[in-house]
Design a binder for this molecule. Sequence first.
Ligand code: CIR
Length: 263
Amino acid sequence: MPIFNFDAAILRKPGKSVSGGLRAGAGDNPGFDGVAAEHDAYAAALKSAGVELIMLPALEAFPDSIFVEDPALVFEKHAILLRPGAESRRGEAGEIAAALHDHFQNILELPVPGFVEGGDILQTPGKVMIGLSARTDEAGARGLQRLLAEIGRKGEIVNTPEGVLHFKSDCALLDEETILSTKRLAASGVFDGFDIIETPAGEEAAANALRINDIVMLGDGFPRTAELLDKRGYKIVLLQTSQIGKIDAGLSCMSLRRQGAKI
Ligand code: CIR
């Protein structure tokens, strides 16, 4: 079964507090209604792709909790509770634990010490890549590597380009052999051996795309990337990301996808 086949996904509704979500720059706040509309369209696209939605309620105490990808890492039967590097997000792992227990057979926890956010993890057929970043440190990455070995997966620790929030802010798996990557990340050689499609200059944010079953979800502001993927035969679904983009998020962040046969 291809690694991008998913049967279910956990999502969390945005709360009004999402307007105050973390961001590196000093841009204006996203509006709650705009984020909610982007989230609704994203959920609808997942559903159309054959994914069962497990929708969790909003958590006002955690402005960034809509980005469920970061406090956990999931596979077909296993789920790993992570420890976000961002202090304001650390409690999100405890908040998502019950849903993981409901939908996965085996729940593991990142050992102490160290931090890992799911946005830094790229799952590929042969290995799970763990990007070191301002949110994921060496101790966390090593702890995760040990847990992955326990469940029969190989973890490879790599670097995220300086100033980039998460490893997956800059890349996405498009199929078993192909990675969509920014030029700056591809230049580091981490994807040697893969077929790489580079995002055109100025469209770096397009790299946080998402392959789900037979579609690739792509932000709608990246016409040259869309053309490249279209030419390669990918079935693209364009989604607005202008509001979540104000708090440094893209398309992978809003779901935790469970591997399984497409419904
Ligand atoms: C944060 O800074 O943590 C959120 N504002 C954005 C998280 C995006 N998540 C992701 O890329 N996996």
